[in-house]
Write a protein that binds this ligand. Structure first.
Ligand code: IPD
Ligand code: CA
Ligand code: CA
Ligand code: CA
Length: 275
């Protein structure tokens, strides 16, 4: 695929993300119409659903043959169908709980895969006014300025993003607590932004050094993954192998040595049910 084609996809994704971000911004300080999904901590609002529809319709107009994977369209319990076709991978609001509670770390995520390779990623945080973009081989940017990771490679000096996630299953929580304790013991500190994509773009721009999570989905980290890699970061499976977008696990870091150190430090690698 030519650079010009990738640039065209990126340009469209930025426009679509801006329009979606406007809807999120407009709704942010208003009362939300709220439902729960798998449990009381797994939220969806009317805005999540409306924004996803809007994004898909915009792309369909311009690219009628392309496929879509969207968080709110994937019906509960169904397996994600990810093919070699050009596929837009959409999280209409990443950080829905932040959105509900008026915490500004909330963003629209749009990624494009072709032959199951991520080629374009856009993460737009409308309340923070931050537009992160990345395209394969073309670098990563925030509001048009080039970004890069900290290149930190000493775990003892690193800040690690961790997330509680929305599972309330006791065994998952116990294992996450073990991981949390070990990470806290071996690093400079941990942080939680409440949005997978915001954690990843922050690592991409050098605000913090790594992020690990068990229990997320392809739409949570596909778009921000492009940005992280283009910013010089590494993305692997937490157990140390190559990242698998349907495994529901990810480890991102500012550098490959840091990714490897964090991977071997984690006391156990939680097996999640695959997407
Ligand atoms: C969630 C957020 C959260 C992460 C969860 C995700 P959502 O996405 O990114 O930080 O811990 O794993 O599901 O539901 O707000 O789009
Ligand atoms: Ca969700
Ligand atoms: Ca998400
Ligand atoms: Ca979401």
């Amino acid at each position: 695929m030519s650079t010009a084609e990738i640039q065209d996809y990126l340009k469209t994704a930025i426009e679509v993300a801006k329009e979606a971000g406007e809807v999120v911004r407009e709704a942010f300080y208003k009362e939300k119409s709220l439902q729960t999904k798998s449990n009381y901590a797994d939220l969806v609002t009317e805005t999540d659903q409306a924004v996803e529809k809007q994004i898909i319709n915009s792309f369909k107009e311009k690219y009628p043959t392309h496929k879509f994977i969207g968080e709110e369209t994937v019906a509960g319990g169904h397996k994600t169908e990810w093919t070699d076709d050009p596929t837009w991978i959409i999280d209409p609001i990443d950080g829905t709980t932040n959105f509900v509670h008026q915490i500004p770390h909330t963003c629209v995520c749009i990624g494009l895969s072709i032959k199951k390779q991520m080629v374009v990623g856009v993460v737009y945080a409308p309340i923070l006014n931050e537009m992160y973009t990345g395209a394969k081989g073309q670098g990563a940017f925030c509001n048009g300025e080039r970004i890069s990771t900290s290149q930190q490679n000493d775990l003892k000096q690193a800040i690690i993003y961790l997330e509680g996630g929305s599972s309330r299953e006791p065994d998952v929580l116990r294992r996450k607590c073990n991981i949390y304790q070990k990470v806290l013991q071996t690093t400079r500190g941990t942080r939680t932004l409440g949005s997978a994509a915001m954690n990843m773009v922050n690592v991409a721009k050098g605000s913090g050094d790594a992020y690990v999570e068990y229990g997320l989905h392809i739409w949570d980290f596909a778009a921000s993954g492009v940005i992280l890699i283009e910013a010089g970061g590494s993305m692997i499976d937490p157990s140390g192998g190559p990242v698998d977008f349907l495994s529901r696990r990810v480890l991102c870091a500012s550098s490959q040595p840091l990714a490897d150190q964090l991977s071997t430090t984690i006391p156990e690698h939680i097996e999640m049910e695959r997407d």
